[in-house]
Design a protein around this ligand. Sequence first.
Ligand SMILES: *[C@@H]1O[C@H](CO)[C@@H](O)[C@H](O)[C@H]1NC(C)=O
Ligand SMILES: *[C@@H]1O[C@H](CO)[C@@H](O)[C@H](O)[C@H]1NC(C)=O
Length: 343
Amino acid sequence: SFYLLPVCAWALSSLLPQSKNVTAYLIYSSSVAAGAQSGIEECKYQFAWDRWNCPERALQLSTHSSLRSANRETAFVHAISSAGVMYTLTRNCSLGDFDNCGCDDSRNGQRGGHGWLWGGCSDNVGFGEAISKQFVDALETGQDARAAMNLHNNEAGRKAVKGTMQKTCKCHGVSGSCTTQTCWLQLPEFREVGNYLKEKYHRALKVDLLRGAGNSAASRGAIAETFNSISRKELVHLEDSPDYCLENRTLGLPGTEGRECLKKGKNLNKWEKRSCKRLCGECGLAVEERKAEMVSSCNCKFHWCCAVKCEQCRKTVTKYFCVKKGEIDKPGCNLPFEMIKTR
Ligand SMILES: *[C@@H]1O[C@H](CO)[C@@H](O)[C@H](O)[C@H]1NC(C)=O
Ligand SMILES: *[C@@H]1O[C@H](CO)[C@@H](O)[C@H](O)[C@H]1NC(C)=O
């Protein structure tokens, strides 16, 4: 909701005078809100084991404050939020939630490629793209390099939704012989869009436009020229990121002290396996091992009729946290068992 607040505030103030747009605002605002929320949830998932983990206070600062940052993480937040809004609007449309939109069948009947024709119900990304653009891009009222950066990354988010759509086909012909197929494009899981944008985040391009950039026509021209020369699929940033190891209250950053990290799990990927190094070791912190006792229901038996009786099982799990060096061996520090109750 933090990213949405300005969306809604803006939409209300600038749409109210025009009665047609008020209706549009009312129709779409709940989808826009749900979409931005899903963008932020995806951000938290994608960055769960990164030093910067999509903290809400930092995001808030980035949208309405003189401390607006313009780094790689800002770029990701804009892209994933804009993608989330477009994705949700498109999905709503396919589900028939809006009277004025449905499947994209504009190409149906046309040859798509060898042995297949367009058919069926393609998700209407054109619709989602247009409406999300109206809502999300309207937040950028400035004409400076930061506004241009945000607009570029909003667009990269929308391109990511389009670029990850999947072709799905159905066979036709005598008893399923598949002599011809009809195919349509559908949205992937939103996770796919998140994975795609995380890759783009790692390769984000830095452009040097902040030094000496005024608001003159000439500098506005230079800004437009620079951004036009970069593919709209790529994320762009203007500044380097701060040191996310350290707490910085001014920037709303919590630092990595106290964060949990992962070690020795069975299903960990490479990025997760390195998380204790990345969050603790490389930030000058030590890793503390804490044991936690999990209590859960187990050995459940069905009794005639009709009750289920379970036993309570206890299992010790080990978790790892980043702590200041020298605080591990203090007596008592490692003792308290957390109790985690699960059902
Ligand atoms: C669109 O979908 C979202 C999430 O799936 C939902 O919260 C929202 O209410 C839907 N909008 C409409 C108008 O049905
Ligand atoms: C917090 O970040 C600001 C801006 O980068 C910097 O000027 C300041 O020194 C930082 N404060 C701390 C305590 O690191």
